[in-house]
Design a protein around this ligand. Structure first.
Ligand code: A3P
Length: 334
């Protein structure tokens, strides 16, 4: 398959030149950007204030060159391990609730990761996005400020989570993906790196702030959600999502219990126990394969209590309080 399926003839040649220029720029950046220790790969690179792995850095360059923004696009944005899988399932099933019956649903036979693509996967130009019908859903872990400016016309759903649970979840997840050629990353080392802001797509607080600030500027364009509120009041969040995506839950649907069906379908217990999510891998870009079951670990609020000492908790809470001071963001340091 051609890398640029929508291009032909001279257009293709022109783009091949452009593609080669991106490869050159990528190579140059890898040689010149500040380096930090990676959780999965050996190194991370500080690009415009955020730490990216070599492949996601390339994906970002590709995104800026090739992505065609459309105002109807809805982007799910999150820092890794904040509830992306859950939101993918919820957004997809809420938006497509007329297309599938809850007794024979797409998600019964396909993983939540397959519902819509990540913009951060390196294979970006291989995906012919023109085949998706509006509104098109995409996911990204890039901070808001790393996305193309044209995306200010798109809608965003941002989900964030207690950083202490994010840290624990991310350490478990990345430890499994970490190259066997590298020494393991201990939890203490991961904690230290997290506090310094050095982790894929981080610093965590800058990531959250990038979307929080954007949501203050354009409240109608960004729906800012928290994993914890979703756990406590899923029905409120599903209604919000439906409204935000332009497909409010009707009175008739309320009577039929559609909100409850969506929540049940996308619940941790249901998704984790489906055969499709127990075996096999999800593929991201050209090289990264992740075991499907790796996306479902505990699905709880507060698992950090099993990993962090009092001192560690106080340190992260202190950093968050200081970084979020005056921003209006509260409730992250409990
Ligand atoms: P834990 O590792 O704390 O269990 P992401 O999808 O952004 O990678 O986040 C993964 C985290 O969300 C994991 O957290 C995972 O268990 C949890 N998760 C996945 N699906 C979920 C669901 N349907 N409901 C609640 N939590 C879910």
């Amino acid at each position: 398959m051609s890398i640029f399926p929508s291009l032909t003839g001279s257009e293709y040649e022109e783009d091949e030149v452009q593609y080669n220029q991106i490869c050159e720029k990528h190579k140059h950046l890898l040689e010149t950007l500040p380096k930090g220790r990676g959780w999965r790969t050996q190194h991370l690179y500080n690009y415009n204030g955020f730490w990216l792995g070599p492949m996601t850095l390339n994906a970002n360059l590709l995104l800026h060159t090739y992505f065609k923004c459309e105002p109807t696009n809805i982007i799910l944005a999150s820092f890794m391990k904040s509830g992306t899988t859950w939101l993918k399932a919820l957004m997809f099933s809420t938006l497509n609730r007329d297309r599938y019956s809850f007794s024979n649903h797409y998600l019964h036979n396909n993983s939540p990761q397959s519902t819509f693509p990540y913009l951060d996967a390196e294979s970006y130009p291989m995906t012919d996005f023109t085949t998706f019908s509006a509104p098109r859903l995409f996911a990204t872990h890039f901070a808001r400020t790393l996305l193309p400016a044209c995306m200010s016309s798109c809608k965003f759903v941002y989900v964030c989570r207690d950083p202490k649970d994010v840290l624990v979840s991310k350490w478990h997840f990345m430890s499994k993906l970490r190259s066997k050629d590298l020494p393991p990353l201990s939890f203490d080392e991961a904690f230290e790196l997290f506090c310094l802001g050095v982790s894929e797509f981080g610093p965590f607080w800058e990531h959250v702030l990038s979307y929080w600030r954007a949501s203050l500027e354009s409240p109608d364009k960004i729906l800012f959600l928290r994993y914890e509120e979703l756990k406590k009041q899923p029905e409120v969040v599903v209604r919000k999502l439906a409204d935000f995506m332009g497909k409010p839950i009707t009175m008739e649907e309320e009577k039929k219990g559609v909100v409850g069906e969506i929540i049940k379908l996308c619940s941790f217990e249901n998704l984790r126990n489906l055969e499709i999510n127990k075996k096999g891998v999800d593929k991201f870009g050209k090289l990264v394969e992740v075991e499907k079951q790796g996306f479902f670990r505990k699905g709880e609020i507060g698992d950090w209590k099993n990993h962090l000492s009092e001192e560690m908790k106080d340190r992260i809470n202190g950093i968050i309080e200081q970084k979020f001071l005056g921003s209006g963001l509260i409730g992250f340091s409990e």
